[in-house]
Design a protein around this ligand. Structure first.
Ligand code: SAH
Length: 346
């Protein structure tokens, strides 16, 4: 069966085969994205015969909801089971008028950041374009009719720049006015910092908001925390980020996960100030979310404040990521791991 969310002109071609006018492809997509139809049967102004034919040939949902967790702060997290039994996570965050969704780009992750739950077992496979988009639709369906998804962050499981072939068409549909109509400026791609991937984004579409995960400002420490840094190095990451910034004209974000007693001293902060070298960037400081089985700890409040003070005193724009949905294991890859650990053996 064809997945409705896979890109290409196949739907128009299929309609032509069915002796249907091809403009119905647009009507079907409108039902799907704007009118939030959950099935072809819901598309009540399509001819009955066409609805039945669609049901036989095309799937809307390729995933099932394995778990749905809700936190008191409005955060909702879905654990989705894919057709092959693999599981991925995606999250809806409510913040004022914002309805932000955090989506995954891969099953697992190959980057191996030592503190992250997603990469513990490596990468299993890339998500398809349809699977990436389906997360958006699943989360959109959690909203009441009068609310819309406003922001997308590709900060779930996986390294988005390692799966750009599938991610870019999904983001194109997310921003398409005939798709989800979310402006590109409100779509953030977060990367561990892969220069060839950043350069491809620079060449193809510098309209997205780029966030680069640093976590350390010197190569020795960064290579300990982010093993792929060994063959890349901070200088190349920063140079690629600068090229993106030049092309986009929009402020970049650098993410820095604060790990207690590892990268959270005032000296670390000073070294980060030097690395940024006056760039007009936003530093997103993320207090570590502990992962069961890993030795890393949250920073103390004191060390966090001292770290932030150094950055602010140096004129760096800083944002501290507020914790949302911690009680439902909303941090990257944690729910999936829990489900894997709790799954019956065999
Ligand atoms: N691979 C991409 C996107 C996914 S992770 C990247 O590296 O940016 C999104 C962000 O969450 C990254 O900055 C990542 O380092 C961070 N992160 C991963 N595990 C975390 C944890 N347990 N606590 C806090 N932040 C974490």
């Amino acid at each position: 069966m064809q997945h409705i969310l896979e890109p290409g002109d196949w739907l128009a071609a299929w309609l032509a085969e069915q002796q249907q006018p091809v403009w119905r492809a647009k009507a079907i997509r409108q039902w799907l994205f704007a009118r939030r139809a959950a099935s072809f049967a819901d598309m009540t102004d399509l001819p009955k015969g066409l609805r039945v034919a669609l049901e036989g040939a095309v799937q809307i949902w390729t995933t099932t909801i394995a778990r749905h967790n809700q936190a008191d702060d409005g955060t909702e997290k879905l654990l989705l089971e894919l057709h092959d039994g693999q599981r991925i996570e995606c999250v809806l965050l409510r913040d004022g008028d914002r309805r932000t969704v955090c989506i995954s780009s891969q099953v697992g992750c190959a980057m191996g950041c030592v503190f992250c739950a997603s990469g513990i077992d490596g990468v299993v496979r890339n998500l398809t374009t349809g699977e990436i988009l389906e997360q958006l639709l699943r989360l959109q369906h959690l909203l009441p009719a009068e609310e819309r998804l406003s922001h997308v962050v590709v900060m779930g499981m996986g390294e988005p720049l390692a799966n750009l072939d599938r991610l870019l068409p999904a983001l194109a549909t997310a921003q398409d006015p005939d798709g989800l109509g979310i402006s590109q400026r409100r779509i953030t791609v977060s990367t561990v910092g892969l220069p060839p991937g950043i350069d491809r984004l620079t060449a193809e579409n510098p309209g997205y908001h780029l966030a680069v995960s640093l976590h350390a400002a010197d190569d020795t420490l960064r290579t300990q925390l982010v093993p792929v840094n060994k063959t890349i190095g901070l200088a190349d990451v920063m140079a690629a980020a600068d090229r993106y910034w030049e092309a986009s004209g929009r402020r970049l974000t650098f993410e820095y996960v604060l790990l207690g007693s590892v990268n959270d001293s005032p000296e670390h902060a000073k070294s980060l100030v030097r690395l940024l070298g006056g760039r007009a960037a936003l530093v997103n400081v993320i207090p570590y979310n502990t992962v069961a089985g890993l030795p890393w700890r949250e920073p103390t409040q004191g060390s966090r404040e001292r770290f932030l003070d150094v950055l602010r005193d140096a004129g760096v724009n800083v944002q501290v990521r507020r914790r949302k949905g911690a009680r439902i294991d909303a941090a990257c890859g944690q729910l999936r791991r829990l489900a894997v650990q709790q799954a019956p053996a065999g």
